[in-house]
Design a protein around this ligand. Structure first.
Ligand code: UDP
Ligand code: MG
Length: 332
């Protein structure tokens, strides 16, 4: 039998997790009929509610449930990374705990990876990943959707790695794709970019957005904004180039201005005027300089964190019984 590991990052999901588990049970049966065993890797990302207790209870009841628990909240990216490191399956899925990722899509995903021809896809082109996309952003605040769209447009213009708009982290991958992802040990992880950067053929399934079953979203607008900056700095150096080009452009314009002032002074003498324009120029240039230094700072900060080589996460509890590899998310 092959094994599917299902990674479920959880942060304060005590209400949603039991519902998720119940909803998954019939799907596990379906997968079993297709010849696949399943294993859950729940990752408690430093939850402050009873999430860890729920995980312990599930693990005691069902040997397919395993869990990792972080010493504090390290973020969903770290939780997914830990899950991938500890997943043993031939196939690995990543799912949210709030049932926004429809469980009944899993059997279809497995079928597509195992036998693309059964879904009308070319049989000689192996598929290593079946990803999911939301077709609508219904139920999301309009301002957030607007900025999300702008972000995807921008990042796809300035990065060579394609980042699909509406793509969810919910996906099923083969072992070789997971190993490729694990070989990317960067500290500033932006999974949407990493999944795409490693390549392999991805087939996209679409579905209509769903509301979470219980609990609250963990992403505030501010958190999403910071995450989008992470995405841009991790997968594009275009802002650095923009800073240099802006500097170059301003130099050219100032040179022309300088010629103009110089010739005018020669022809008309030196009328002592122009204080307002001078102030405007100084403020404008000062602003541009600060902006460019800020851009540099963003990259420097990321480099700084990267160079320090800190672990991605610290475990405080591990039911997977696998302390050999990467107990602390240390990079190789
Ligand atoms: N999550 C996490 N750590 C965090 C934030 C979120 O592990 O710091 C998990 C969360 O428990 C959920 C998934 O990531 O299973 C997606 O989070 P959420 O549903 O809040 O995001 P949304 O669906 O609103 O984008
Ligand atoms: Mg959600």
């Amino acid at each position: 039998m092959k094994l599917i590991s299902i990674i479920v990052p959880c942060y304060n999901e005590e209400e949603a997790l039991p519902l998720y588990y119940e909803a998954m049970l019939p799907v596990l049966e379906q997968l079993k009929d297709m010849g696949a065993d399943t294993q859950f890797v729940f990752v408690d990302d430093g939850s402050k509610d009873g999430t860890l207790k729920t995980m312990r209870a599930l693990a005691a009841r069902d040997p397919r449930c395993r869990y990792l628990s972080f010493s504090r909240n390290f973020g969903k990216e770290a939780a997914m990374f830990a899950g991938l490191q500890h997943a043993k399956g031939d196939y690995v899925a990543v799912m949210d705990a709030d049932l926004q990722d429809p469980p009944d899509m899993l059997p279809t995903m497995l079928r597509i990876i195992e036998d693309p021809a059964s879904e009308g896809l070319p049989a000689d082109e192996p598929i290593d990943c079946v990803g999911t996309r939301r077709t609508t952003r219904e139920g999301e605040p309009p301002i957030r959707s607007f900025f999300a769209r702008c972000f995807y447009k921008l990042i796809n213009k300035i990065s060579r790695t394609e980042i699909v708009d509406g793509a969810r982290d919910f996906r099923l991958m083969t072992r070789r794709m997971v190993d490729a992802i694990l070989s990317m040990s960067e500290y500033n992880r932006f999974s949407k970019g990493i999944f795409s950067w490693v390549g392999f053929r991805t087939h996209w399934l679409e579905y209509v957005n769903r509301e979470r079953v219980a609990g609250q979203t963990k992403w505030s607008f501010h958190k999403l904004f910071l995450y989008s900056i992470d995405g841009i700095t991790a997968f594009s150096t275009a802002p650095l180039a923009v800073a240099s080009y802006t500097g170059l452009g301003i130099c050219a314009v100032s040179f022309i201005g300088l010629l103009f002032v110089f010739i005018r002074a020669l022809v008309h003498g030196d009328p002592v005027a122009g204080w307002p324009s001078l102030v405007c120029i100084i403020l404008f240039l000062g602003g541009i300089q600060l902006l460019c230094i800020g851009v540099l700072g963003q990259y420097l900060a990321k480099t700084y964190l990267e160079v320090k080589g800190r672990p991605q996460y610290i475990l405080q509890e591990d039911s997977t019984g696998d302390s050999s590899c990467c107990a602390e998310g240390k990079r190789n």
